[in-house]
Design a protein around this ligand. Structure first.
Ligand SMILES: Cc1cc2nc3c(=O)[nH]c(=O)nc-3n(C[C@H](O)[C@H](O)[C@H](O)COP(=O)(O)OP(=O)(O)OC[C@H]3O[C@@H](n4cnc5c(N)ncnc54)[C@H](O)[C@@H]3O)c2cc1C
Ligand SMILES: C[S@@+](CC[C@H](N)C(=O)[O-])C[C@H]1O[C@@H](n2cnc3c(N)ncnc32)[C@H](O)[C@@H]1O
Length: 624
């Protein structure tokens, strides 16, 4: 279960210092927050000197607050001509502020104003989990982990070079300084990592020592005579962080949205990327539909599916906003999505999910049938969940935007027939055995065809036929409606509705019988809307989803061989999942902090099926 996220309350102490009424403590020294951040956290960790000339530097913080230490670190990095190529800043926060409150808190810090304004523009919805934001053309990467540090730190995967320990005072906020929490911090430290804090309280020193840090006192900030700096002295058993790949070239098989998204994320990290696509143009298979929807999923137990869709949804809102900002946007709209309840049971489940997560209204809320109809612009069959920031996207425009932005090489009209490993390199060959391209790593993003190129006894991918029906505009529909099927508002005069879900049906044609099924679905969403259409006269499109046994995507290293990765099986949610999936994969390939909790990354790992098989075999073997 995930606890609902409770935002921080904006308040100030008598001297104007930001203050937490819940913890009865100030957010920073009354002698200046930014100056304190410089003295305690930056200088205390030997910064900026330690990030100079590094390819990457990673800072972990406990307690993001209103981001003053982050802004001070980013500013110092920006001003440093010898700054690291990339700066990762990962911070845990249980009670984030709203963007409006951040504006009030940032206002006194004039020298940080441009950076603070960028931070607020990218500020995510206040929902639990990890949120990855990028600044400075992707060279400053902020990963915000919203939730309790005790629960979230063990869910992070990163190798920190420096740690900013910044809970409220240990007496008022003991959870943030406990021995368990420091051990969780230590597990995230690279060898040679340092930590700094303004507190010299005995429990803090003891927790640090017990976790493997050698701490010493230094002159404190302003009126404080002392502070702590610590060096992580790793126990012998500590595994070193994953090495960065020596050769940063990748061949991506398939230029649907999955391949295009992986190409873009790798290219953003300086990889040399070649996409190989069997058709003459990208996104002509599953990613070739007129349009599709993106929206989160809610469940009262906050299942992996609910958490993954939440993470992917908030990720892509920010990612696409960045595309918009550089004028390379895909065609998409946040027109809102209404997920109508199918029956009283689903209505109760929706209500229970809302109560359990208590999300902000901009994430999800419930509307009754009358309110839903007013929102939709047409009379709908039921009430349901309203996702005001969700909407539709045109997948081909998305793939094109990704390819344009990445600058990756696209070899179109080339079908990969075989993969060959030559030492540490890979060669992709066509049917005649000719080499198409060579690279240090391969990413299979070619949907169900992947297992033909890299067979696995554990992974079974299935194709599911899906036919959409393309109709003229329906009434004055202005948002996306879901209820078993979906109907989109008109896009360039076409209303997309559907879709059939035909397991083990390989027929690529457009069938009247599938249109009929789509019209029935439409009728259950907008009663009366299907009456005027003859299924034999309708246009539409058939393509194939790829699904794994557990219906979750496969993202990560493939067990079949080293240097082989997958971004596959996005099922009926590829438009939502491909973006975060690509960011996860690129982070794994680079050995960077992951943008998802470990439990969620593991739920997507292609190795999960082999792992389950091994566990099953183990438990059978141990049975008497
Ligand atoms: C009817 C229908 C409706 C959908 N609606 C939605 C929706 O509303 N929202 C949503 O999020 N998702 C939706 N989806 C799912 C979404 O479209 C897919 O998850 C997504 O397009 C998958 O992208 P992909 O890149 O993995 O696969 P694809 O787009 O199929 O791309 C795979 C690419 O690999 C290429 N390829 C394959 N083998 C080789 C080879 N050997 N050599 C070279 N190239 C190769 C193919 O030509 C293809 O271009 C829908 C799917 C269907 C079928
Ligand atoms: C001193 S403030 C941090 C100030 C911040 N570094 C800044 O630069 O603005 C301490 C922060 O820790 C957060 N916090 C307290 N307990 C927490 C917990 N258990 N898990 C995560 N965050 C917590 C508080 O909400 C608060 O924002």
């Amino acid at each position: 279960m995930t606890d609902p996220l409770i935002p921080a309350r904006l308040a100030f102490a008598a001297d104007g210092t930001p203050f937490s009424p819940d913890y009865d403590d100030v957010y920073h020294s009354a002698d200046g927050g930014a100056a304190q951040a410089h003295h305690v956290f930056l200088a205390g960790n030997g910064l900026p000197a330690r990030w100079q000339d590094a390819a990457r530097f990673t800072i972990l913080e406990t307690g993001f607050g209103f981001g003053l230490s982050f802004l001070a670190a980013w500013h110092a990095w920006q001003e440093d001509p010898r700054r690291s190529a990339r700066l990762h800043f990962v911070s845990v926060e249980k009670h984030p502020f709203s963007a409006q409150d951040l504006a009030v808190l940032h206002a006194p810090h004039a020298d940080l104003a441009p950076l603070a304004s960028e931070l607020r523009d990218a500020w995510p919805m206040l929902v639990p989990g990890l949120h990855r934001l990028e600044f400075a053309q992707g060279r400053v990467v902020l990963t915000l982990a919203f939730g309790d540090a005790a629960a979230l730190l063990p869910q992070l995967r990163l190798a920190a070079d420096a740690v900013f320990l910044d809970g409220f005072a240990p007496a008022k906020n003991p959870d943030m300084w406990s021995p368990e929490l420091m051990k969780a911090v230590a597990r995230l430290c690279a060898p040679g990592a340092t930590a700094a804090t303004w507190s010299v309280a005995t429990p803090v020193r003891e927790s640090l020592r017990a976790a493997g840090f050698a701490a010493e006192k230094r002159r404190g900030f302003a009126r404080k005579s002392e502070m702590l700096v610590a060096r992580f002295v790793p126990p012998r058993s500590l595994r070193p962080p994953p090495p960065r790949p020596a050769e940063r070239s990748a061949a991506v098989v398939g230029a649907g949205i999955a391949g295009a998204a992986v190409g873009e994320r790798l290219a953003a990290r300086g990889w040399e990327v070649t996409l190989v696509e069997r058709h003459l143009e990208p996104a002509l298979e599953a990613s070739g539909n007129h349009a599709g929807t993106f929206h989160p999923v809610l469940s009262s137990d906050d299942s992996h599916l609910a958490r993954l869709t939440r993470a992917a949804f908030t990720y892509l809102l920010e990612h696409w906003r960045q595309f918009d900002a550089i004028g390379a946007a895909p065609e998409w709209r946040r027109c809102g999505v209404l997920q109508l309840a199918r029956d009283a049971r689903e209505e109760a489940a929706q209500q229970a999910a809302l109560e359990a997560l208590a999300p902000p209204l901009d994430y999800a809320q419930r509307l009754d049938a009358r309110q839903a109809s007013a929102c939709a612009g047409v009379k709908v069959a039921a009430g349901g969940l309203w996702f005001p920031e969700a909407g539709w996207i045109r997948p081909r425009s998305y793939a094109r935007a990704l390819l344009r932005r990445s600058g990756a090489r696209l070899l179109a009209g080339r079908e990969v027939a075989a993969l060959e490993q030559a030492g540490t390199r890979w060669i992709l060959r066509d049917r005649e055995g000719e080499s198409i391209v060579e690279a240090g790593a391969i990413v299979l993003a070619n949907a169900a065809d992947a297992m033909r190129l890299a067979p696995s006894e554990h992974i079974r991918l299935r194709r599911v036929r899906g036919q959409l029906t393309y109709l003229p505009p329906i009434g004055t529909l202005r948002c996306v409606l879901l209820r078993g099927g979906m109907v989109l508002p008109p896009i360039e005069g076409i209303t997309v509705t559907g879709a059939s879900f035909d397991l083990d049906d390989t027929d690529p044609s457009v069938r009247a019988e599938s249109h009929e099924g789509n019209l029935e679905r439409l009728e259950r969403i907008v009663p009366g809307a299907s009456a005027e259409f003859d299924p034999r006269q309708l246009a539409g499109r058939t393509s194939f989803r790829t699904v794994a046994r557990d219906r979750l995507p496969l993202v990560g290293p493939l067990e079949q061989a080293p240097g082989l990765y997958g971004a596959l099986a996005f099922g009926s949610r590829g438009l939502l999942w491909a973006g975060l999936g690509a960011e996860l994969l690129a982070s794994q390939m680079e050995g960077e902090p992951l943008p998802l909790e470990v439990a969620l990354a593991d739920a997507l790992a292609p190795a999960r099926f082999a792992l389950k098989a091994r566990r099953r075999a183990g438990s059978t073997a141990s049975r008497p």
